[in-house]
Write a protein that binds this ligand. Sequence first.
Ligand SMILES: Cc1ncc(COP(=O)(O)O)c(C=O)c1O
Length: 398
Amino acid sequence: MRNPDLNRLKPYPFEQLAALLADARPPKDLRAIPLSIGEPQHPPPEFVLSALKKHLNLIAKYPTTKGTSELRAAAAAWATTRFALECHPLDSETNLLPVNGTREAIFAAVQATCDRSKGGTVIMPNPFYQIYEGAALMAGLEPHYLPIDSNGQPDYRGVSDSDWANCQFCFICTPGNPTGTTLNQDILIELIKKANEFNFWLASDECYSEIYRDEPPCGLLQAAIASGQTDYKQCIVFHSLSKRSNLPGLRSGFVAGDASFISDFLKFRTYHGCSMSMAVQAASQLAWRDEEHVCANRVLYAEKFKEANVVLGDILDVRDPGAGFYLWIKTPTACDIFSRDLYEKTGVTVLPGQYLGREINGLNPGAGFVRIALVAEPKIFREALERIRVFVMSRPWD
Ligand SMILES: Cc1ncc(COP(=O)(O)O)c(C=O)c1O
């Protein structure tokens, strides 16, 4: 016996990358520099690591699914301040739950909320974070892919009312992965109105929200308040310590928004059995209460975007999207060939954009781009840029 929906899941982008590079031989004398995976390499905050050690004895206890009131209060206070929700502050009892990283929560949220007997779609950007698609497929729904335009986000205004009516769940990603572009308050408000009118869940994946250059990006809950809502109806946001605080291995984030979603999700999670270790909760609570390390982290990324422009700006289109930590660059040849050759000649790994997208009507909007994660330590990153420059300059591309 096997769940037939498992057959619908597509190979993960990193599996495709491993296959592409399987028999490629990078230079032996150069260290490998992986810029393919979005795993932060800046050091995690010491005070979080100390708290984790200090509270290790708490692993002797079963954690509750709902999490400690201290953690929920810290996360709710952070989101309330960051997104200017003071007039209708998030209630840490009813509007928020801790999750073990947003990946599992993004997947589980669709399973918990959607009605497979009705059918319909999960709307998502294309290219996208692949968990959105897997969540739709495992919930027995159809992914509805919206291609990104030249601004790096889908044209949500072009979605027809009949498509909204057929939608049970819509993922937006702001700042986006892979493009780093953000959705402004006006479009977020329009999306909230559609969600309320057509009764679908609007879920904003905001795990890159704290990596920005100038202005903090608007969040969905902020837009909900600006739209006149008082209860975040149909709105859900996902936040994570992985990128904000360089803690991808801690597996710590939260989901917040509509209280009716949170209460159903809590019920689902009680059976799902994915409560967060008490030691992780104690450490996470401190991370949400501190902004100093987050500002320092932002500065490092901003410097790397500047450096990428200095080293590569005259030979590649390395526009800083203003948020996130990816460069989304048009390649001078097919993106998989570019990535493989780059790896063979320089030991630098980047991710072909076509692995992050789906071909619809003959067009994969990720094809012809690579995603470069600006995650390496500054010195190593500089070395990677120099190697990419030499590689691009040495090729007769036309
Ligand atoms: C767009 C996006 N959403 C969610 C996640 C999941 O992050 P985590 O599970 O570490 O919170 C990632 C991780 O790379 C991501 O890129």
